[in-house]
Write a protein that binds this ligand. Structure first.
Ligand SMILES: Nc1ncnc2c1ncn2[C@@H]1O[C@H](COP(=O)(O)OP(=O)(O)OP(=O)(O)O)[C@@H](O)[C@H]1O
Length: 233
C-alpha cells in the first residue's frame, strides 16, 4: 500500500528553537488522523513541511512517495491556520482563484460545500466572521479532489454547535481513499472523527495509536489519554 506521508527522523529549528526533533511517522490511505499537541508543540511546522512550504533541517520526508515539491503540491490540499484569501475577494472570487490554481478543484463539490457551510458566492470575505472564514477555508481545501488533506486548526474559531456541523462536512466531503491530517488542541470536540492520533510535545512524537485501540485497551477517551500523556512528560 502506498503511504501518503512518511517522515524519517525529521528535525527543524528556528534560530536556536527546536520546533521538531527527530519525528518519524507514516500515514496510510483512508485515514483521518488527529495531530494533537498544545500551543507551540510543533503541529503547524509539521504540516508546513508536509505541504512543501518549508524544508526540514535534517531527516527524510516523502509525500506520495516523492520529496515534497511541485508534484506533491498538486495532490496535497493544505488549509493553513490563517486565511489564505485576499480581503478584497468575494467568496466566489476566492473559489475561482483556487479553481485556477489547482486542476483537481471540483466545482460541483464546492457548490455542495458552500450550501452545507451556508456561504454565498457574493459574500465579501472581509465581512465574514472568524467562524465563517474558517468555513470558507475548509470549503477551499475540501473542494479539491486531493490525495492528502492537511487541515491546520480547522475549527478553532467556530462555536461548539457549528463545530459538529463542520466535522460532519469534513467526513462527508473528503475523498475516501485519501487521508486527512487535522491538527487541533480541541480534542474532546473532534476525537469522534479520528481513526488514529499522533501526539507531539516540544517537537517530539510522544504517542501514535489507533483510536479504537485506545478505547478498547484503556477504556479512555483520546482527550483523557492526551491529558495523562502530557501530565507525564
Ligand atoms: N517562522 C518561525 N520563526 C521562529 N519560530 C517559529 C516559527 N514557526 C514556529 N516557530 C516556533 O516553533 C515552535 C513550534 O511552533 P508551531 O507553530 O509549529 O507550533 P503549534 O503546535 O502549531 O502551535 P499552536 O497550537 O500555537 O499553533 C514554537 O516555539 C514557535 O514559536
Amino acid at each position: 500500500m502506498e503511504q501518503l506521508l512518511e517522515f524519517e527522523t525529521v528535525s527543524k529549528k528556528f534560530g536556536s528553537k527546536a520546533a521538531l526533533q527527530g519525528i518519524s511517522l507514516s500515514v496510510n490511505p483512508g485515514r483521518i488522523v488527529g495531530l494533537l499537541g498544545s500551543n507551540g508543540s510543533g503541529k503547524s511546522t509539521l504540516m508546513r513541511i508536509a505541504a512543501g512550504l518549508i524544508r526540514p533541517d535534517s531527516g527524510k520526508v516523502r509525500v506520495l512517495g516523492d520529496e515534497p515539491g511541485v508534484q506533491s503540491k498538486a495532490r496535497v490540499s493544505f488549509m493553513p491556520d490563517k486565511p489564505q484569501f485576499e480581503s478584497w475577494m468575494t467568496v466566489g472570487e476566492a473559489l475561482n482563484f483556487q479553481k485556477d490554481f489547482f486542476p483537481d478543484f471540483d466545482p460541483d463539490k464546492s457548490k455542495r460545500m458552500l450550501d452545507f457551510m451556508k456561504l454565498s458566492r457574493k459574500d465579501k470575505t472581509s465581512s465574514l466572521s472568524k467562524g465563517m472564514q474558517e468555513r470558507l477555508q475548509l470549503t477551499l481545501a475540501l473542494s479539491r479532489r486531493a490525495s492528502l488533506y492537511l487541515l491546520d486548526e480547522p475549527i478553532g474559531g467556530v462555536d461548539p454547535v457549528a463545530r459538529d456541523h463542520i466535522l460532519d462536512a469534513l467526513v462527508e466531503f473528503y475523498e475516501e481513499d485519501s487521508s486527512v491530517i487535522v491538527s487541533t488542541h480541541l480534542i474532546a470536540d473532534i476525537e469522534r472523527i479520528f481513526d488514529e492520533v499522533l501526539m507531539i510535545k516540544d517537537g517530539s512524537l510522544v504517542l501514535r495509536e489507533d483510536v479504537e485501540r485506545i478505547r478498547l485497551t484503556s477504556g479512555k477517551s483520546v482527550d483523557q489519554l492526551f491529558k495523562e500523556v502530557y501530565a507525564e512528560c
